[in-house]
Design a protein around this ligand. Sequence first.
Ligand code: IVH
Length: 719
Amino acid sequence: MAPTTAQTDLNDLLEIDAADVGKDDAASLLLRLAAVLGDANTAYHTNDAPEIDDATYDRLKRLNAAIEAAYPDQKLANSPSDQVGAAVADKFGKITHAVPMLSLGNAFSDDDVVDFEKSVRKFLNLDQTTPLAFTAEPKIDGLSLSLRYEDGVLKQAATRGDGAVGENVLANALTITDVPHRISGAPAVLEVRGEVYMSHADFAALNARQVEKDEKTFANPRNAAAGSLRQLDSKITAARPLKFFAYAWGELSEPLADTQSGAIARLKALGFSTNPLTRTCDTAADMIAHYEQIGHDRADLGYDIDGVVYKVDDLELQRRLGFRSTTPRWAIAHKFPAELAWTTLDAIDIQVGRTGALSPVARLTPVTVGGVVVSNATLHNEDYIAGLGGDGEAIREGGDLRVGDLVQIYRAGDVIPKIKDVDLTKRPDDAVPYVFPEVCPECGSAAVREAGDAVRRCTGGLICPAQAVEKLKHFVSRGAFDIDGLGAKQIEMFYHDDALPIKEPADIFTLRARNDAALAKLENRDGFGKTSVKNLLDAIDDKREIPLSKLLFSLGIRHVGDSGAQLLANHYGSWDALAQAVDRAVIGEGTAWDDLLGIDGVGAVMATSFLEAFHNDAERASIDRLIAELRVQDAVVRDTSGSPVAGKTVVFSGTLEKMTRAEAKARAEALGAKVSGSVSAKTDILIAGPGAGSKATKAASLGVETLDEDGWLALIGDA
Ligand code: IVH
C-alpha cells in the first residue's frame, strides 16, 4: 500500500522544534499536523490498525499545541487540540459468552459469612451434622478474562463486558505468560476463567517508565492491567507484564472434576496458574480463620487482593444451588475492610440524578486512600450532613459536616468513597452549618422531601435538564443500550446541540433520518469525523433490536434496576403483554396489580414506581416514541427447548420432601416455568405435597393438573 502524504510528512514533522517555528510557517504546519493526526485517529479508532505509536502521537499533539499557543490567531477551526478522543468505533470484536460471566455477592462481616453458610444449608435442606465443604481463596483485584480452548488450542479470549457479551482480546491475551497457547489432555471445549492482574513490582516499573516517557501514569495496578489488556496494539500489551490466575470455568464439553478444589487442581495440572492460597474449609469458622490469615499476609503477596472468595466445594451442590439473577448462590466474596485517610472538606455540591434525587457531593482536598487519589465523596442526603442516620439516630456522635471540616474518608474496593468521621476539635471558627437547598439547582423547580424519604427530589420531571441528561446517560450506559461511540460525553454534547438535539431516548434513533445538513456539520466537530459519524449511526442501528429486559432497565425507572427489569421481562414475556398489563393495572388494587406483586422479588415499592412511570402521560408518550423506533425481543428466560414445563405456570403447596421449596422453585424456573404463589385459572400444574390444603381444593375445582412431588420430579426428569 502506498504511503499517504500525511505519512511521508510524519518524519519531517518529528524533526521540528516548536521554539523554531516562525509566524510564516505556523499556518501551514498546523494544517500538516491536522492531516497527520487526523489519519492517525482514523487508523487507531476506526481501522483498528494504529499507524503511529502513542508516544509519537503525543509528541505531535504537543507540537501542535505549542504552535497554537505561540500563534493563537492561526489555530484551525477544527483543531486536533479540541478533539476530545474520537468517537470510538468498535475497537474489539464482540463475543457472546456461552455461559454468562456473573459477579459475586458480598459479605462484609463474620456474621455475613455465618449467614452464607446457613443460607446454603437451608436451600439444600442440610442439617448442621451433614458435612459441607467450601473452598476459600484470595479475591484478586484485577479484571476477569474468559479463555476458550478448542481441541487444546486457545481460540478466544473475552473480557467480562456486561456479563453477557464481552470483547475479544485474544491478541493481547496471547502476550500473557501465564496463559498457555496450547494445552493437552483437556476437554475438547474448555473455557477457563480467571483474573488478569499486575504485580506491585511490575506496576511500579511501568509507572516509572511512563514518567520517563512523559506519559500518563496509572492510579493503581488494576487500572494499569485493564488499560494494558484493552490496548489496540498488542505490542504495547506485550511490553506490560500481566499475570493470570485461573479460578473458574465457563463452557465445558465434559466436567473437570466433582469438586471445585478438584477442578482447580486439574486446571493447575493443565498448566494454568492457580492461587497457592486456596484452601478447603469445613465450617464458617474455618473460612473466617483463612480470611484472617490471608488478611495478615496481604501486604506481602506482591499483588492487590480485596477479599476472600468462598465457594461450595461439591459441584453437584453448586449446580443445585444455581444462581440468583446476577450472582451464584454457591459463592460469596468476603471483602476486606475499607481503607481510611483524613482530609479537608472544601465544598459541598449538589448533583441532580436521573430520578431527580438531589445528591450532595463532598469536594475534598485530594488525598491518597488505598493507592487511589480521592477528591470527591458521597454525602448521601441532608440528614447525613446534619449527623443523622437512616432512623434519625445520631451518627458521628451527632457531628454535622461543614465546609472547612477535617473529615475521615473511607473507600472499599470500587465503591464511591464515603465520609466516616469528622474531627470537631479541628473545626474552623468561621464554619457554618450547611443549608440544604429546597429548589433544584438545575431547573429551579421545588425540591421536595416526602415523609419517610431521606432524599429531597426535584419535582421538575422531564423539564429538568439534569434529570433528562442523566436519564439519557443511563440509557446509553453499559448494561443498558451500550451504544458504541455514544457515551456520557457525547450525550452532553447532543443534548445541548440545537441543530441535532437528543432530548429523549427516541431522538437517538431518529438521528439518521433527521437533517443531512446538520449531520454533515457534525463531521469534523467534537471529535467526530466522516467515518465516526457513519460508525455512530451504524452503532445506533445495531441496537434497534433489544431484549425486553434491557429495554426496561434502560428506561431508568426508579427502583427498577437490573434484576427488577429481568423479573418484569420474564414475567410478561413480551412488550405487548407488558404494555397491556400496565394499561389495565391500577396501583394498589385489582388483578393486574396482584399479578405484578405475585412476581417473586417485586414488592409494592418497585411495582408502584414502575406503574407510575408508565401512567405518567409525558413519560409514556416518550416511551412510546422510543418503542416505535425499536424491535423489542421477547424475553427468553433460558434455553429451555426440550423442557416439558417451559412457559407453564406452576404452584407448589404443602411439604416437599426431596428438596426445599426454594430449590424446587429455582429448579422449575431454570426449566422455564413460572412459579406462582397462588392457584388460579392460569395455573398449569399444582405440585401438592402433604398438607396442601385449600390450594389443592381450588386446583381440583378449576380442573388444574395436580402432581405429587415424585410425579413432578419424574416430569422434569429429576427423579
Ligand atoms: S469466582 C460466578 N473467584 O471478582 C462467579 N471471582 O466480584 C465467578 N474475582 O467477576 C467468579 N478473584 O472478576 C471468583 N478467586 C476469585 C476471584 C474472583 C477475583 C473477581 C471476578 C468476579 C468479581 C466478582
